[in-house]
Design a protein around this ligand. Structure first.
Ligand SMILES: [Zn+2]
Length: 99
């Protein structure tokens, strides 16, 4: 299934579009859910982790979800995924537990 380009979406039926849209939302839920589970399990609580560490975990599980669903991967390789993370997030320590 392709969902990257608008033209690939236009070629699909409304039902397929709806399914793809729902899977996209599910991918977001997997990503954000990983952050939520990590916080619940106090990931990086005793020893702070960087944004890169947090995002690597969330993007990894999001990618595993895409693999298990058999949909097109947002990042074809783990290396591509890492390049995205390195370019999109700083490598500062992240403390979501303060406040
Ligand atoms: Zn994230």
């Amino acid at each position: 299934m392709g969902w990257k380009t608008a033209s690939s979406l236009r070629q699909r039926s409304t039902v397929q579009f709806t399914i793809i849209a729902r899977l996209l939302k599910l991918c977001d839920i997997v990503h954000e859910g990983t952050h939520a589970i990590d916080m619940r399990e106090r990931y990086g609580y005793d020893f702070l982790k960087s944004h890169w560490s947090w995002e690597k975990r969330a993007f990894f599980y999001e990618r595993q979800f895409q693999i298990s669903m058999g949909v097109e991967l947002e990042y074809e390789t783990v290396d591509e995924m890492l390049v995205h993370i390195w370019g999109s997030y700083d490598n500062e320590l992240y403390n979501p537990y303060k406040n």
